[in-house]
Design a binder for this molecule. Structure first.
Ligand SMILES: Cc1ncc(COP(=O)(O)O)c(C=O)c1O
Length: 386
């Protein structure tokens, strides 16, 4: 029989992120049924915490759908997209494309607004596309995990609102780490996951629907994702499905930790560690794919230098140092490494351990790097960036 892991991997890939001991302990609390009064009290509290982390407007319904980030995506799309609806999808990477594909599966007529992988969407280009073709609904990815790019959702959503289009935002790699503001964006639905910026294991996907979206009759052909049934479970205790108690405990504990730290402090922590990592990589002669100002704090897309075997570096980090990082997806396969600093994993320790291990991996392939240059630069950045 294969054995369970007995060593702790340092999870510095695109997600899942490391789970803190506190959240790990929550997973083993005694089980409760999905309709137990104590469970319902936990879910009530979680709705409030999710309203706050999404910065949802009054009257919104925030909850967590059972499943991973893709369940959040399917829930948002299937409740807002009707057959024949015209969707303008900003596609700047793998996950923008997935969102467009799911809209097509639910019967939408999708126009793709393509953005070069590695660059942020341009609100002007977006405005021109909407002026030319209009749209009933737009789909936006806030943090495109395949490219390491943060997209200007505030500006893009303002353009969408001017055209009267409804808005779905993917905040899978930003919630709990970058500012997310469902109310200011005027988004009809924003979805995320539990296993990245929030720092819980995967399995519950936070989602928020605005009051307007609910009033305008959001509902799904899917039984499992129908917001009317899910809301009746979360607010009126009507059985819909058997939510996983350990996952609820873990997410509840992770959200409590987010509130104790404070959202602003948490965003600053993610920014600081990204910035230290970028300084360290720069000192080692390595580049990030997106230009400065368009980079995620959660996911660093590092360009693989010429002549380096990118898969061998990942293998070296895993086997020699127990560190996981991610590979590139689609057209970026073989061209970038994806290094995540998210949730509990966004720490000075992660940055310095990773840079030392990467130095060993690169020197193993004959790449010229001054010993200690990366960690020295990162250390200096950590001492100065607040
Ligand atoms: C931006 C984005 N959207 C959606 C998803 C899908 O989430 P999951 O793999 O949890 O289903 C991911 C996964 O990494 C993602 O990064």
């Amino acid at each position: 029989m294969p054995s369970l892991p007995d060593t702790e991997r340092l999870l510095l890939g695109p997600g899942p992120s490391p789970v803190s001991p506190r959240v790990q302990r929550a997973l083993s609390a005694p089980s409760l049924s999905h309709l137990d009064p104590d469970m319902m009290a936990l879910l009530d509290e979680m709705r409030g915490r999710l309203d706050r982390v999404f910065r949802a407007a009054p009257g919104a319904f925030s909850f967590a759908v059972s499943g991973t980030g893709s369940a959040g995506l399917e829930c948002a799309v299937s409740n807002l997209v009707r057959p024949g609806v015209h969707v303008a999808a900003v596609v700047a990477g793998y996950f923008g494309d997935r969102l467009a594909q799911v809209c097509e599966r639910w019967g939408a007529r999708v126009s793709r607004i393509e953005v070069p992988w590695g660059r942020a969407a341009d609100p002007e280009q977006f405005a021109r596309a909407l002026r030319a073709e209009g749209a009933d609904l737009v789909t936006l990815v806030h943090a495109e995990t395949s490219t390491g790019v943060l997209h200007p959702v505030g500006d893009l959503a303002a353009v969408a609102r001017e055209h009267g289009a409804r808005i779905i935002v993917d905040a899978v790699t930003s919630l709990g780490a970058h500012p997310v503001d469902a109310a200011a964006w005027g988004a009809d639905a924003v979805y995320s996951c539990s296993q990245k910026g929030l720092g819980a294991p995967s399995g519950l996907a936070p989602v928020t629907f605005s009051a307007e979206a609910l009033d305008r009759g959001a509902g799904s052909q899917s039984f499992y994702f129908d917001i009317r049934l899910l809301r009746a479970y979360w607010t009126e205790r009507k059985y819909h499905h058997t939510i996983s108690a350990p996952l609820v405990y873990a997410l509840a504990e992770a959200l409590a930790a987010v509130e104790e730290e404070g959202l602003e402090a948490r965003w600053a922590r993610h920014r600081r560690h990204h910035s230290a990592l970028a300084s360290g990589l720069g000192a080692m002669g390595l580049e990030l794919l997106p230009p400065e100002g368009e980079r995620l704090w959660t996911l660093n897309a590092v360009c693989v230098p010429d002549g380096i075997d990118e898969a061998a570096v990942r293998r070296f980090l895993l086997t020699q140092f127990n560190i996981e990082i991610g590979a590139g997806l689609g057209p970026l396969a073989g061209r970038i490494w994806r290094v995540g600093l998210m949730g509990h994993g966004s720490s000075a320790q992660s940055v310095l351990v990773f840079l030392s291990a990467l130095e060993r991996a690169l020197r193993d392939q004959g790449y010229p790097v001054t010993p200690g240059a990366g960690t020295a630069a990162a250390g200096d950045a950590l001492a100065t960036v607040k």
